[in-house]
Design a protein around this ligand. Structure first.
Ligand SMILES: [Zn+2]
Length: 649
């Protein structure tokens, strides 16, 4: 017999699911057309054995039509009857000595009572079917019936939502949520989310949704008001309208003082304001309020417990949990466990010396050093293989730090094969390629860059990469050229560590790491020398700036060409400075012009990158270094004078 009471029903896949949907579809149409129970059951007895052979596969032939009849009864008893305001009107259950309803002429106890009982149909399975088979005008007419089952509205709206018919969702849910029908209860609170999401999908601007929320804040029912205020609060937080968010939060508290989710909303608001200590205090308050309800609110209590010490990561986890996504939690666990292991250095493979064009006198000294590629220890082979099979990451193009287009794995909470691969291989923490991918993955997280602490996982990965490269036998007589693909993950990770140091004001660490990177990969494909020379010049370290510029004599980076000019000038080597400035102005005249001006309009920037010799390049250099030029005594007047003289020539 069919498993009518399966929770997956009627989405059950395979033959049985197809048959059930077919039978229910026809049955729904018949019931809504107004057939009576007798006609319906007659149809069921004749039609179901043909429509649903799998359903009846183990029924003996002589019992087929009776079994089909009782399936019909079960369907009828659950079906919404138009004559009864679309509530079911079940047929009466026969007594033992009554004539059997199947029409055999025997007593029930001698006839169908002996058959295996057909399970009752859950009434709610009909609503998705009706949403599918009924014309929408008829759906509208049905739900206008004041006795219409209120649960049916939400269940049908869910189907329309899944099919992308957002307008229909709006037509069904808006009236009850903005005033009209009064029969909704707190268990329909999720309709508010559905309706707001439908607005987001249907309309390009938030204007209509805001008007809707405004109406809901005036609803007769307090829980609708409260939910609407909560949403308004979140929207205002996203818009950095913290005053408005506070007002909305206070209104939500007035409407639903005992809604446990308000605790999370308040912590989000405080976190967005950077009031972390206050967030901790409020987490303690909310924890005291709800701690006794751990059985009903286990996840909320867990979040609040964590929030007492670390509010932001607690919020991030609660957002993830709300979407059934525990991957950040698992990744954190994996990370803290595997970081306990001591870092393993990689091996190297010799690749000979790099061939650099030009005559010998111009060849940089590092061309004498042997080029090597980093080779993972064989013990990491299984980890990489498992990772590659499970994770698909779009490695960045060339020297970019952003991944190429690929399906963002965070979009699907069920996609966790990559995590399972990590969990099976704690040693993956020492694979540079995997670390590189993990950093990219974390940057792709929908909450990356926000206050929720996703980014806090990145620095330990970058530092680990540094430990690994430091533990590898490279030494002073070898280089790790970017040209070899094997070296890119390590170099990319170290470059990101430079940026991390820089963004966090750790300038001496940044300088020291760039110096090392320029030793490892003297060709400096990432342009780190520009950052370094600017650091030197800002610190008044002109000798090192000049030495660096001399290493890159034919550089195209204006930071280096103009940096060399400034270093020579500051060191009092005026003749050389004049010549260098002349060359720099010839190659990049806009830079000198922009540097000299008190105000420059920000030019247009292009996604493809900075244009060599273009206004974007000149603007960026000015933005970065004008203060330093101004602070170097006599440099700016000299620059302007020289530039003017050259223009006259
Ligand atoms: Zn019977």
């Amino acid at each position: 017999m069919a498993k009518f009471d399966d929770p997956g029903f009627p989405d059950e896949t395979g033959e049985l699911g197809v048959e059930l949907r077919l039978v229910l579809g026809i049955a729904a149409r018949k019931v809504l057309e107004g057939v009576d129970d007798a006609a319906f059951l007659e149809w069921a007895r004749d039609a179901i054995p043909n429509l649903a052979p799998t359903m009846l596969v183990d029924v003996p032939p002589q019992e087929l039509d009776r079994e089909a009849f009782w399936i019909g009864v079960s369907i009828w008893n659950a079906a919404p009857s138009p004559a009864n305001h679309y509530q079911p009107s079940p047929v009466p259950k026969p007594g033992r000595n009554d004539a059997c309803p199947c029409g055999s002429g025997m007593k029930y106890k001698r006839c169908c009572q002996r058959l295996r009982p057909v399970p009752d149909f859950p009434a709610l399975v009909f609503w998705p079917v009706i949403a599918e088979v009924c014309p929408k005008t008829e759906v509208d007419r049905m739900i206008a019936d004041p006795g219409f089952p209120v649960d049916g509205i939400g269940l049908m709206a869910e189907c329309f939502f899944e099919n992308g018919d957002y307008l229909q969702v709006i037509r069904m849910l808006e009236p009850p949520l903005t005033g009209g029908a009064e029969r909704i209860r707190t268990e329909h609170a999720h309709w508010i989310d559905m309706l707001c999401d439908a607005y987001d999908e249907q309309y390009r601007t938030p204007r209509k949704k805001l008007a809707l929320l405004d109406k809901m804040t005036k609803h007769r029912l307090k829980f609708v008001q409260g939910e609407a205020w909560q949403r308004l609060c979140s929207i205002r937080i996203d818009e950095d309208d913290f005053g408005g968010a506070h007002e909305a939060f206070a209104a939500a508290m007035r409407a639903q003082p005992d809604n446990p989710l308000l605790s999370i909303l308040e912590l989000t608001l405080l976190g967005s304001l950077g009031e972390i200590d206050q967030a901790r205090r409020r987490a303690r308050f909310w924890l005291q309020k709800w701690e006794g309800h751990e059985d009903e609110l286990p996840e909320l209590i867990a979040t609040l417990r964590r929030a007492v010490s670390d509010p932001m990561s607690a919020l991030q986890l609660s957002i993830a949990r709300a979407t059934g996504d525990d991957r950040i939690e698992r990744l954190e666990r994996w990370l803290s466990a595997s970081l306990e292991r001591s870092a393993i250095g990689w091996g190297t493979e010799a690749c000979g010396k790099l061939d650099v064009h030009g005559d010998d006198s111009e060849k940089p000294t590092w061309t004498d050093r042997e080029a090597v590629t980093l080779m993972p220890p064989p013990a990491l082979g299984a980890a990489l293989q498992a990772w590659r099979e499970a994770a698909e990451i779009g490695k960045p193009f060339a020297t970019s730090l952003d991944p190429m287009d690929y399906d963002n794995p965070w979009d699907d909470a069920d996609e966790d094969a990559w995590l399972t691969a990590l969990e099976l291989h704690p040693e993956a923490i020492d694979h540079l390629d995997i670390l590189d991918d993990l950093v990219l993955l974390l940057r792709e997280h929908p909450l990356a860059g926000s206050v929720y602490g996703i980014d806090d996982m990145i620095p330990p990965l970058l530092l680990r990469a540094r430990r690994i490269v430091e533990a590898s036998p490279i030494g002073e007589d070898r280089i790790l050229p970017w040209g070899f693909l094997e070296n890119r993950p390590g170099l990319r990770l170290l470059t990101q560590l430079v940026l991390y140091y820089q963004d966090n004001g750790a300038l001496s660490e940044a300088v020291e790491l760039i110096q090392w990177l320029l030793e490892l990969n003297p060709e400096d494909n990432q342009g780190l020398r520009a950052m370094l020379i600017n650091h030197y010049l800002r610190a008044g370290n002109y000798a090192d700036a000049l030495e660096l510029a001399q290493r890159y004599t034919r550089d195209f980076l204006v930071d280096v060409t103009y940096g060399r000019v400034l270093a020579l000038f500051a060191l009092g080597r005026r003749d050389e400075a004049d010549t260098a400035l002349g060359k720099a102005v010839d190659r990049s005249p806009l830079v000198a012009q922009y540097l000299g001006r008190a105000r420059v309009v920000r030019p247009e920037f292009h996604d493809a990158g900075i244009s060599v010799g273009g206004p974007d390049e000149a603007w960026l250099y000015r933005d970065e270094m004008r203060d330093t030029w101004n602070d170097t005594k006599g440099a700016m007047p000299w620059l302007k004078q020289t530039a003017r003289n050259r223009e006259r020539l």
